[in-house]
Design a binder for this molecule. Sequence first.
Ligand SMILES: Nc1ncnc2c1ncn2[C@@H]1O[C@H](COP(=O)(O)OP(=O)(O)O)[C@@H](O)[C@H]1O
Ligand SMILES: O=P(O)(O)OC[C@H](O)CO
Length: 497
Amino acid sequence: MTVDSCILAIDQGTTSSRAIVFSPFSDIVSVSQQEFQQHYPADGWVEHDPEDIWNSTLSVCKKALAQAKAKGAHVAAIGITNQRETTIIWDKETGQPIYNGIVWQDRRTANSCRSLRDSGLEKSVSERTGLLLDPYFSATKIKWILDNVEGAKARAASGKLAFGTVDSFLIWRLTGGTIHATDVTNASRTNLYNIHDMRWDDELLKLFGIPKAILPEVKQCNDDYGHTQVALLGESIPILGVAGDQQAAAIGQCCFEKGNIKSTYGTGCFVLLNTGAQAVQSNNKLLSTIAYTINDTTHYALEGSIFIAGAAVQWLRDGIQVIERAADTQRLAKQLDYNHGVYMVPAFAGLGAPYWQPHARGAIYGLTRASDARHLARAALEAVCYQTSDLLHAMQQDGVKPTALRVDGGMVANDWACQFLSDILNISVQRPRVMETTALGAAYLAGLQAGIYASTDALCHHNSVESTFTASLDETTRRSLLSGWQRAVSSTLDFAK
Ligand SMILES: Nc1ncnc2c1ncn2[C@@H]1O[C@H](COP(=O)(O)OP(=O)(O)O)[C@@H](O)[C@H]1O
Ligand SMILES: O=P(O)(O)OC[C@H](O)CO
């Protein structure tokens, strides 16, 4: 095979870094993935070592490129997509981070968010950014690092430090410290970016006490982000596309029309609804965010964010070790004909949309002496589906009623979970041929900028629906399951008070 015009997509996720080379026809030419260590230094704290992020990313890129080359493929461009909100601050001269990356799941700034909320500031923040005052977003994480690392505040004010989400950090490293940039979607997750005026917001910078000098330049999703240094990947490749991973998944699922909706099941679960050229302010605690800016056209999205999805399965595997592999959950869940009244509320990182309770803790209800790994596996998978139902319910209250849901992410390899999702939502669930839609979205962006694809219209026939799951649960059972879930959530919220 000789294929020119292939694209390397870097997907830097919460638990692993992945590099995938796509052919111009969206076929996977090569792939390499590496998990890296999670750090939990205190209750509710989650950190990544930025060097782990960098080394795993570089290593998977080299492997995927080498495999692609051996198959005769030539990579013309790079697209980057990344776990969003995770906050890294580094020294511009040395390129060294001054603290670990504070991960999006980290709750250490819950109290500072609460005091800002108590001062009545949430409305103004929300009107400008589309977000809420929650530790999820980058602003209070940046402030925490500046306040807690000795000398950081002064160095930040004098322009010696750089802040970035993971995309910025990787771009900085890949280009040898020459480009300090991010894209609009990542900027829109910081709580510092005005999504209507499309600029860093001076009022918000003042409110959070963050100097403008540390912020990256904000570019479109398809744009010129510089070239990789030859010494790193053996050649200089242009970086031509960037988007936060959830927005990239929406792009990979071709959600370019107002009303298109997708849900991605990785570490967390994120439902994004394209709302077109207008940002829609939710009345039901959903986020309003930038879906993309492509060729000077911006679309907005309504987003529901669930912090723990596949991570609950990971907890069963690595935390309490009742399963060996994530895929075991399917075999175990199938062995029960119903859930036997066991519900898991996986609030390991607080509860996100639509509850926004950073102090919530995980809980399992309904255990008996007969409960075992099957009940836990089933409860973990069911919980992800119930949470999606909560999000779609909130969207419905905001006036949107989807009739089908496009799904993707590591977890949707689980057929049982996809079927239960369809049953609980009572709509059809569509799984695409290429399940790596996040990486595919980044590749599409770079391909658009490189001229490999003429327009977004040209992309839409690439990733067809591979499986459709159709709802088959009777209404009484569905309502009874949802009511059990609601009781479990209420108890969890009560316990958090
Ligand atoms: N067959 C499966 N059944 C259930 N969960 C799965 C399965 N395969 C992977 N997962 C879960 O999916 C997640 C990995 O998905 P991925 O999209 O790679 O996540 P991320 O990008 O957040 O690192 C893990 O949390 C894992 O537990
Ligand atoms: O790493 P993921 O795929 O779970 O995505 C994390 C999100 O971007 C957090 O907002």
